[in-house]
Design a protein around this ligand. Structure first.
Ligand SMILES: [Zn+2]
Length: 86
């Protein structure tokens, strides 16, 4: 009886260890993804910044107003060439 219990307990620890290892793997993957995702977000930001600068220098921003739908929709001023928001 006691032996049986010990065996079950060992099996439990073994399986638990495997699950934990798997979870750690998933967590690491998630972190990796977040880091690379942040990287591409920064890149996109940089590209957009370049487009805004180029628009400003070459043609100059040309703002149009855009109002959100709904009763309390806010109005945004967006450049119609580069989508830069004032
Ligand atoms: Zn512009």
């Amino acid at each position: 009886m006691i032996i049986k219990f010990e065996y079950k307990y060992k099996l439990f620890l073994y399986l638990y260890g495997r699950i934990e290892k798997k979870q750690r793997g998933i967590r690491n993957k998630k972190n990796e993804f977040n880091i690379s995702n942040q990287g591409s977000r920064d890149e996109i930001k940089l590209v957009k910044q370049n487009i805004y600068e180029e628009c400003k220098l070459k043609t100059g921003h040309d703002f149009i107003d855009e109002t959100e739908d709904g009763m309390y929709g806010e109005t945004f001023y967006i450049c119609k060439h580069c989508n830069y928001e004032k």
